[in-house]
Design a protein around this ligand. Structure first.
Ligand code: FMN
Length: 211
């Protein structure tokens, strides 16, 4: 008991010193990180491609922020920077697809890099997928890429302003995946080689798992 109290006291003291001096005595190998780059600590990430369509305006972009937030009902979250074209289209349509790509062929990786290029957010009258020669079909009124290993169609239920992004909570309505997933309902990683985003500073920002 006394031992626990001593440890607690020591930890509180060290925490106080760190807050005052910025020097971590608890573990000096853990260096300070700028708060604005915390999102990079989540790398490597499996980026998905988000597609949305309103009238004839097709928006598409890679996103790292898409994540499952409820199993039943099946809900996902997605954070989109305020003002970007895909955000505007998604707000108007309230529907989007999530597209999981394979590392091969190279055109899948190119699609991620091409779709990361910003659009003129005021120009709604365009089809970003066709502009980049990325083939797609329409499933339940939403564009889905032809080269996917899996896709999900989602309906937006809520959105909140979260700093410089908007957070969308959406219900998943329809999902398809190749047998690499459906056989066990887990990826086997035999045919599916996930794309891993390691950060734009790296010469190869997209890598895959090494076996
Ligand atoms: C791997 C990767 C992940 C990204 N994840 C997000 C994200 O989750 N949310 C976001 O707003 N932008 C994200 N971006 C940036 C957008 O893809 C980028 O701003 C894109 O140009 C938006 O397209 P738009 O201007 O056609 O809407 C990501 C970019 C990359 C390369």
């Amino acid at each position: 008991m006394l031992w626990c109290k001593t440890i607690q006291l020591r930890n509180h003291l060290l925490d106080k010193i760190e807050r005052k001096t910025g020097i971590s005595l608890l573990d000096p190998k853990l260096r300070p990180v700028k708060l604005s780059v915390v999102y990079r600590l989540f790398n490597p990430h499996v980026p998905v491609i988000i597609c949305s369509m309103y009238r004839n305006n097709v928006g598409a972009m890679p996103a790292n922020s898409c994540s499952s937030v409820s199993d039943s009902p099946p809900l996902v979250s997605l954070a989109l920077r305020k003002g970007i074209r895909t955000n505007r289209i998604l707000r108007s349509s309230s529907r989007f697809s999530i597209n999981w790509m394979n590392f091969e062929p190279e055109s899948s990786r190119r699609a991620i890099l091409d779709l990361a290029k910003p659009s003129d957010s005021t120009n709604r009258e365009k089809d970003k997928l066709s502009e980049h020669n990325i083939p797609y079909k329409i499933v339940r009124g939403v564009p889905v890429l032809e080269q996917v290993c899996a896709f999900a169609i989602c309906n937006v239920q809520k959105n909140f302003a979260t700093g410089d992004h908007d957070l969308f909570i959406a219900r998943v309505n329809y999902v398809r995946a190749i047998s690499d997933f459906t056989l066990d309902e887990y990826w086997r990683f035999e045919d599916y080689k996930p794309i891993l985003y390691v950060g734009s500073i790296r010469p190869n920002s997209l890598i895959t798992l090494s076996s």
